[in-house]
Design a protein around this ligand. Structure first.
Ligand code: C5P
Length: 285
């Protein structure tokens, strides 16, 4: 076997809290993330010339090691002291810079694929540790599922899964820079922190509405007026069609709504899809 193709799922934040700024420039976080059925397809083929190439057809995303997927291959080869090289092809479905960890998930899929191809006995935990060198969300993306992430994002604890539901994702057309959003936050000014005990209780008992009520992302407090207005408009549409809860994921700007009924989610998806090109209807996985 010299080639593997894997699904790289998008993630959503059910919570995102910022606890403080660290000396290394990062922030200590506490957040619950969950994987959903929106996937990039990542193919990894071993080469024999030591080169790492990345192709993302139809996009202007970087090729080679400037792409997180290429960086993942380099870090993996260094760790296992083998360097056949890799040809990576990514069929992109997850919008880039949207708060859904698309690039991190592609990188995690490259790590998983290279493990399958070159050292299937490597413990998954070692793969998560390699992920830390690539980006804060990569360890989570290696693991997937519903997880509490702390520290920079690399301390992971498995949590009870988000109950089966339908999710509408909608990415407005403006972009938000992650470092800029972090810079806007003053931890002492955060008005509402997520209640993680409450979220855990809701998930443990499979209570979707209660989990939806507990969704908080502190980045929503530092949006500018015009950013917030646009997101509020989308939230209102989702709520009008019966969303149990709505939230911005990660550092945005994608919003998602949680629905119990497929029909309600379908209607919200169609309505938002008329206004926003990047609208998706997915399920929890
Ligand atoms: O780790 P990653 O490269 O994905 O992080 C991107 C940026 O997000 C960092 O440069 C930093 O500005 C910010 N960040 C942070 N604290 C974290 C994770 C990310 O400040 N825990």
């Amino acid at each position: 076997m010299d080639e593997v193709t894997l699904n790289a799922p998008a993630k959503l934040n059910l919570t995102l809290d910022i606890l403080g700024r660290r000396k290394d420039g990062y922030h200590d976080l506490k957040m619950v993330m969950t994987s959903v059925s929106l996937y990039d397809r990542v193919s990894v083929k071993l080469r024999s010339d030591g080169r790492i190439s990345v192709h993302v057809p139809g996009t202007d995303l970087p090729e080679g090691e400037d792409n997180l997927a290429g960086k993942a291959a380099r870090i993996f080869f260094n760790a296992v002291k083998k360097n056949p090289g890799a040809e990576i092809t990514i069929e992109k479905k997850i919008p880039a810079q949207a708060g859904m960890a698309g690039g991190s998930s592609d990188a995690a899929a490259v790590l998983r694929a290279l493990r399958m191809l070159l050292c299937p006995d490597m413990p998954m935990q070692q793969l998560e540790i390699l992920g830390e060198q690539i980006g804060s969300d990569v360890p989570y993306c290696v693991r997937g599922g519903t997880v509490l992430a702390q520290g920079r994002g690399e301390h992971l604890t498995d949590w009870p899964a988000l109950p089966a539901c339908f999710l509408v994702l909608c990415k407005p057309d403006f972009g938000l820079s992650t470092p800029e959003l972090f810079a806007r936050v003053r931890v002492e000014n955060i008005r509402r922190h997520p209640d993680h005990a409450g979220m855990y209780h809701a998930l443990l008992h499979g209570k979707l509405s209660e989990a939806a009520d507990q969704m908080v992302n502190v980045f929503e407090e530092v949006l500018t007026l015009s950013e917030a207005e646009e997101l509020t408009k989308i939230k209102l549409v989702m709520k009008q069609f019966g969303a149990k809860g709505t939230l911005m994921t990660g550092s945005g700007p994608t919003l998602f709504g949680i629905f119990e009924q497929q029909n309600d989610a379908q209607q919200a998806y169609e309505e938002l899809g008329r206004q926003y090109r990047q609208t998706f209807l997915v399920q929890s996985i």
